[in-house]
Design a protein around this ligand. Structure first.
Ligand code: PFF
Length: 427
């Protein structure tokens, strides 16, 4: 559940619709689903394996499993990626908190699409306000890690995640009754193959890594907490199914509404923030549904930021453990929060920094991290270690095990390389 909480977040509800909208809808969806099959399954299992086998987070795990420091660079990469993601992710979480407070006070009532678009611009360019709302979730996340109440959060998300799903189903039901909603469904589900360009493939791969939280060690940490009896294969399938379902649902809510209300699907990062309030206007119990939805969205974002910050905090603890100045958990939380707040300030003040962090992490750093982990487990881990991933999966067939290793050794690294070269125009 914690891993699902990490995976399901703003990546599904905010990023997926806007990236799909910018990259041709149906064409993007096909490539995205292929990426989930090709990369998602083997890589989630890989991260769980590294964590479960070593009992450590990224920094300690590579040393523990390999006996030397040759793969240590991967944990530095994880740390860097987590910091950069937090820089812009907290800003978007801040937008959610801002919209939650505004939903409370009924600010959106009666606004048409131009007013909603103007409202978003006005809110997101209000620097002091955005700094406040960006820092607020940092304090909440740091508080959870500081007081070690992860378990409580996990229990909470067991109730709230299904509630978010129910809410999204209701919204989809309402949106599909709007005039012209079928155009949006066509846009989202009908693939025009001529629109599949190297950029679309690159964006789809990046979105797959981002949405499933792979390639930066978050799931290594969660693997470390896994009981030995936990079935890794099943857990990975469950995380993927849940994450993909939420992303698809978000698409089914946003695109029909985009076309029904006359928005542009390629609106960019603001897309869901202008479309969602317009949807609530059409719903029964408009006030209640918008407050409830934004509250659930904030919580979904927080279960992701907790896993993001945990990567940096665990890194600092493990990396300084044997030095003259070891950082305990609480000091690490403090240091991480300060760095993250500086990065948030950069993202709030410069749109280009926000865009660059968003793009570079998903399309470059996470695929690189994932490639490194696949090569590490595929080529450097002894056979016994590799098999460890199936310890609790008694029924697993031998050919499936072989397939897993084959994917890690060849398919995943080569596919990532091909996507990179393709988008650089080399192929
Ligand atoms: N998967 C999260 C989302 O879709 O919102 C974002 C994320 C969380 C990425 C944790 C990476 C991570 F380690």
């Amino acid at each position: 559940m914690a891993a699902a909480g990490s995976a399901v977040g703003l990546g599904n509800i905010w990023k997926f619709p806007y990236i799909a909208g910018e990259n041709g809808g149906g064409a993007f969806l096909i490539v995205y689903l292929l990426c989930v099959l090709l990369f998602g399954m083997p890589l989630i299992m890989t991260e769980f394996l590294i964590g479960k086998q070593s009992g450590k987070s990224a920094f300690g795990a590579f040393r523990e499993l390999n006996g030397n420091n040759r793969w240590q660079w991967l944990s530095w990469l994880c740390m860097l990626t987590s910091l950069l993601i937090m820089g812009f992710y907290f800003v978007v979480t801040g937008w959610c908190f801002n919209y939650l407070t505004e939903a409370f006070t009924n600010v959106f009532q009666g606004m048409d699409m131009h007013e909603l678009t103007a409202h978003f611009k006005q809110v997101s360019s209000n620097t002091p306000r955005m700094l406040f709302f960006g820092f607020l979730p940092v304090f909440l996340t740091a508080g959870v890690l500081w007081f070690d109440v992860n378990k409580g959060i996990e229990r909470l998300s067991k109730i709230l995640m299904p509630l978010l799903l129910v809410m999204m189903f209701l919204m989809a039901g309402r949106v599909l009754m709007l005039d012209n909603s079928n155009i949006g469904m066509q846009f989202f589900f009908q693939a025009d193959f001529s629109k599949i360009t190297p950029t679309v493939i690159m964006e789809a791969m990046g979105q797959c890594f981002f949405s499933l939280s792979i390639g930066m060690g978050a799931l290594i940490t969660y693997g470390a907490y896994m009981p030995k009896t936990q079935n890794v294969t099943r857990t990975s399938v469950e995380v993927i199914l849940l994450d993909t379902m939420v992303a698809l649902l978000a698409g089914v809510i946003i695109f029909p509404a985009v076309f029904a209300f006359g928005f542009d699907p390629a609106e960019g990062p603001q897309l869901v923030f202008v479309v969602l309030p317009a949807i609530f206007e059409q719903m029964n119990f408009a006030w209640l549904s918008s407050v409830l939805f934004f509250a659930l969205l904030c919580i979904a974002a927080l279960t992701s930021t907790i896993s993001l910050m945990e990567v940096a905090v665990a890194f600092l603890c493990e990396a300084t453990e044997h030095t003259k100045h070891p950082l305990d958990r609480r000091k690490s939380v403090m240091v991480t929060s300060i760095i993250v707040m500086a990065l948030i300030a950069l993202c709030v003040c410069w749109d280009s920094v926000f865009g660059a962090f968003d793009e570079i992490t998903a399309c470059v750093l996470m695929p690189l991290g994932a490639m490194g982990m696949a090569l590490f487990v595929g080529w450097c881990l002894p056979k016994d270690g590799q098999k460890g991933v199936f310890h609790a999966d008694k029924g697993i067939k031998r050919w499936l095990r072989k397939l897993f290793i084959f994917f890690l050794r060849f398919v995943v690294p080569i596919a990532i390389l091909v996507v990179f070269l393709n988008s650089l125009g080399v192929l």
